[in-house]
Design a protein around this ligand. Structure first.
Ligand code: AMP
Ligand code: ZN
Length: 468
């Protein structure tokens, strides 16, 4: 498997630290309003990376934080006259709803910055002890020049950075030893949330949060650290400086960054008014369409969002879903059961598409090519499954399409929704069948419900059911 590593600016073979395991950290959103479709891009692409890694046999530990203390959250809280906690809790819940609708799987752990303050104080104290950080009137700064590798991710030269900084004097930062130093801890302002620390009552800087949460849940050294390309500098550069200075070992082996999402070929921004939340899109489309749209481009390329491209994504996705629905119908209604020799040969040929799909994904997660392969497979199935095919043949091709789509996080086979009323009716019918000692019918009903994801439990109080 090859991954483009921002650290080396090369595609490299993926070799995990521990065989068969992947430890991965993805910088999550700051939760002060509904997420926009730009924020959804890293969620979708790195969820797809995770899904492919698992498909390829790795055990993946996937950690993605919520930044729930930040100037923007505090500002939103003041505007609404509520606490910062109320704002962040609300938008974490909303974000999770969007993620679910985008079929982004829950992380192994979603840490919250505000629940990890103790670890942050500990890491900052360690940095102070080692001389990598200093307290200046309650603000703690990282001594950037002391970290010799500073700039290795963003390929910035420290002297050029210094020259740039001389022009800009930031108010309140006069007490820094060097303009390049960045904040690890800052004192509270009136009305802001705060925590006690050895330096002041205050709160952590943004960068230290990720260094600490990554260390706590994944260890000092991780395989992959990811986020949008705007995070390369300064966020990820600073994370490297903090983590490597504190832990004394290399931080992440691979750094992955997604390209930006633009709208109508312009940068998406609130001020330009060309700004969509994921929720806006959900009013017009099933959010699977947005996911499919995102994956139609390579994750490192910029992607342009437009009404036409969304329609194209919708049509493409519909083609896959329709093919699967047809194959399912064939599977249920064809007369012949088992594979002929010719069909066996055709299924072997279909496996070549699976190989092609894997090759695309192994090449730095080329989802655009992988989707093309799914279309080829759909076409192959449409041509080859006919009235005279066997059930098993239709099922074999259907399962292949569904499996590949699932690696991309696309649900190609619609689960039939079953209403509670229907479940109760079937349970009653099953009870009646059992009374009449018609166990065949009773079992049939149990299996029918199981196929729809409903599990029955016979208890002393009667029959209970739950969703699988
Ligand atoms: P933020 O809440 O701004 O920290 O962003 C959360 C994640 O979304 C980060 O990984 C950002 O790089 C990413 N992101 C923000 N805007 C865009 C965009 N327009 N296109 C792609 N990724 C973005
Ligand atoms: Zn981060």
């Amino acid at each position: 498997m090859k991954i483009y590593n921002t650290l080396t600016r090369k595609k490299e073979d993926f070799v995990p630290i521990e065989e068969g395991k992947v430890r991965m950290y993805v910088c999550g959103p700051t939760v002060y309003n509904l997420i926009h479709i730009g924020n959804a891009r890293p969620m979708i692409v790195f969820d797809t990376v995770r899904r492919y890694m698992e498909y390829a046999g790795y055990e993946v530990k996937y950690v993605s934080n919520f930044t729930d203390v930040d100037d923007k959250i505090i500002k939103a809280a003041i505007e609404e006259g509520v606490t910062a906690e109320e704002i962040s809790k609300r938008y974490i819940e909303e974000c999770k709803k969007d993620m679910k609708a985008l079929n982004v799987r829950e992380a192994t752990k979603h840490p919250l910055a505000t629940e990890e303050i103790e670890g942050m104080i500990e890491m900052i104290s360690g940095l102070v002890e080692k001389g990598y950080a200093y307290d200046s009137n309650g603000t703690v700064y990282f001594r950037t020049r002391k970290f010799k590798d500073y700039g290795k991710l963003s390929k910035k030269n420290i002297d050029d950075l210094e020259a740039g900084h001389r022009e800009i004097k930031v108010a309140g930062e006069e007490n820094k030893e060097d303009p390049l130093d960045f904040v690890l801890w800052k004192p509270k302002k009136e009305g802001e949330p705060y925590w006690k620390s050895p330096w002041s009552e205050g709160r952590p800087g943004w960068h230290i949060e990720c260094s600490v949460m990554s260390k706590k849940y994944l260890g000092d050294q991780i395989d992959i650290h990811a986020g949008g390309e705007d995070l390369i500098f300064p966020h990820h550069e600073n994370e490297i400086a903090q983590s490597e200075a504190a832990n004394g070992v290399g931080f992440s082996k691979y750094w992955m960054h997604n390209g930006f999402l633009n709208i109508d070929n312009k940068k998406m921004s609130k001020s330009l008014g060309n700004f969509f939340t994921v929720r806006d899109i959900s009013e017009k489309y099933d959010l699977q369409v947005l996911r499919f749209f995102m994956l139609s481009a390579h994750y490192r390329s910029p992607i342009n969002f437009s009404a036409e491209l969304m329609e194209a994504a919708k049509n493409g996705l519909d083609r896959i879903i329709t093919a699967v629905a047809n194959l399912k119908h064939m599977e249920e209604n064809l007369a012949s059961e088992t594979l002929t020799e010719d069909e066996k040969e055709k299924l072997r040929k279909a496996d070549e598409f699976v190989v092609k799909f894997k090759n695309a994904m192994e090449d730095d997660f080329n989802t655009a090519d992988a989707i093309s392969v799914v279309f080829e497979l759909v076409k192959y199935a449409n041509i080859n499954v006919t009235e005279s095919s066997s059930k098993e043949f239709a099922k074999g091709l259907k399962d292949s399409i569904v499996t590949l789509a699932d690696v991309l996080g696309i649900i190609a086979e619609k689960q039939e929704e079953i209403l509670d009323d229907e479940i109760e009716k079937l349970i009653a019918e099953r009870q009646a069948a059992r009374k009449e000692k018609n166990f065949a019918r009773a079992d049939e009903i149990r299996n029918e419900l199981l196929a729809k994801g409903i599990i029955l439990e016979d208890t002393r109080e009667g029959v209970k059911w739950k969703k699988a």
